[in-house]
Design a protein around this ligand. Sequence first.
Ligand code: HXC
Length: 291
Amino acid sequence: MAVFCRSAASLVKPVFLLPSTFAAVRHYSSGGQFQYILVDKKGDNNNVGFIQLNRPKALNALCDGLIIEVNKALDSFEQDSGVGAIVITGSERAFAAGADIKEMQNRTFQECYGGSFLSHWNKISTVKKPVIAAVNGFALGGGCELAMMCDIIYAGEKAQFGQPEILLGTIPGAGGTQRLTRAVGKSLAMEMVLTGDRISAQEAKQSGLVSKVFPVDQLVSEAIKCGEKIASNSKLVAAMAKEAVNAAFELTLAEGNRLEKRLFHSTFATEDRKEGMTAFVEKRKAMFKDN
Ligand code: HXC
């Protein structure tokens, strides 16, 4: 792909960019593209896609525009062959305090049911690349649901998780009753959904909602480190591993084991599987090429 760049010293020169490089330029360097999020690539090899929710005055309340922007950023990272994992975070005060209540306040049932209200919210649960939520501060309502759509949740030690929709006369609508129950079990999920009470990062860790808790100021860098570890493996095989684990939430044990076996067999059709095992035998580091 040729792009024409004008430098001070020269006339117009064609510069050849690989498709992934072009995507990176197009999506990450145009600062004015996003209003509600910051998008970047992190890690020593620039292989971790990074999305920061950035609506501080509203504690990152998830307005329609913000969700649309997150979806666009996810799409561009999915297409970017240099990205092997994605980190999504908020600020130290709030990951996200929920769907935007002011935006929802006057909606009618007819608009919600007849229109496409919330239909674009589950994008994050459909991307193939592993997504890590780095949660500091409030993760409430839709904010908690967004985190639970990710594959791994890391929490800062002051994080608070909750589904307080009941206090607003409604219930979770982006998977909160389903994903929370699978993560923490019925009793705690019921208690949180029925009372609106929040749980701390430590309780979230104890109950299995999050995998690790870090000091507030180390959370994001630890999430990026985890993303780098994931991105150093075969992206192709990582997608298979993710698909297999996710199947555990939807299939019976027998069906899930069958799917896992098929995916396991499929890894033997990849160069990366051959490289991984050969590297082990030759006592060297594997060089995966994602094919
Ligand atoms: C819109 C919000 C908001 C939200 C906070 N703000 N949460 N705006 N939608 N969900 C705004 C406040 O209106 C205020 O703006 C500013 O952020 C700071 O909030 P304060 O309340 O002043 O801060 P604080 O006293 O520290 O309290 C923090 C808080 C509280 C505990 C997080 O803001 C709160 O309870 N927020 C609502 C949490 C919630 O109910 N979430 C679920 C939403 S329903 P102004 O301009 O007024 O000063 C939901 C449904 C999901 O998520 C369904 C599927 C998508």
